[in-house]
Design a binder for this molecule. Structure first.
Ligand SMILES: C[S@@+](CC[C@H](N)C(=O)[O-])C[C@H]1O[C@@H](n2cnc3c(N)ncnc32)[C@H](O)[C@@H]1O
Length: 221
């Protein structure tokens, strides 16, 4: 595992076994904000209180941090559940520069709370922002109660982890969402689109952030 800097100055991780980065090398913070915050979190109707979000691939906690900071600025309540099979050690997440770059003021306190909150139980990170981190494998059955409003699908790419982008996994994601709920991801691969449609989603292609032509937003039919 290596920390590398991306084009907007924010860090990401490089995993040599898979030859994969955790984020786009064109800008980790820029990519996360553009895809997950701008095109999913901010696209949710104001009458959804709180907003229930499920993230596949908690990783560095960057999406959770950006969602928390945005929720605070917009005064929106959030219940954020994230699944992760391989949690990072403090030696790794503690070196990432997200708290210095995510907004003007330092957000180290929030980032630390996000990472140090226990696994498997809800934890209050900020007023109105409750995080539940689940240490589990998305390929195995999991029990989750909420009808989520949004799924941030942020697994490693379909070329390196094809099992995570299958019709069966997308059917599970579909079951977790409320009708009309948003599924958002950075991959616009043909097979991903086909599997999403077969799993009961209506898909929409959106222009991508730097380095990516298009991204996918899907809604539960
Ligand atoms: C692209 S990275 C995640 C990026 C993350 N959202 C972030 O902001 O850092 C993919 C993540 O999925 C996790 N992962 C891989 N296989 C998994 C599985 N079967 N179940 C749950 N998580 C998995 C990886 O450990 C990694 O943290």
């Amino acid at each position: 595992m290596k920390i590398v800097q991306t084009a907007d100055g924010s860090d990401t991780l490089f995993l040599p076994e898979l030859n994969e980065h955790y984020h786009s090398t064109f800008g980790a913070i820029h990519e996360s904000r553009y895809i997950f915050i701008e095109h999913a979190f901010k696209a949710i109707e104001p009458d959804k209180v709180p907003v229930f979000i499920f993230e596949v691939g908690f990783g560095t906690g960057l999406n959770a941090l950006l969602t928390d900071l945005t929720a605070k600025a917009l005064r929106r309540e959030v219940r954020y559940t994230a699944i992760e099979k391989y949690p990072l050690e403090k030696e790794v997440w503690g070196q990432l520069n997200y708290p210095q770059l995510a907004q003007k003021q330092d957000s180290s306190k929030e980032f630390r709370k996000i990472h140090e909150s226990p696994w498997g139980v809800p934890a209050e990170i900020d007023d109105g922002f409750i995080l539940t981190k689940i240490r589990a494998d998305i390929l195995k059955p999991i029990q989750l109660k909420e009808d989520f409003n949004i799924i941030y699908f942020d697994a490693f790419g379909p070329d390196v982890q094809p099992d995570l982008w299958s019709e069966e996994i997308f059917q599970n994601m579909n079951r977790l969402l409320e009708p009309g709920g948003i599924f958002i991801t950075y991959s616009c691969k043909g097979e991903v689109k086909r599997n999403l449609k077969a799993a009961g989603f209506e898909i929409e292609k959106l222009p991508g952030p730097p380095g990516k032509r298009e991204i996918l937003r899907a809604r539960k039919s």
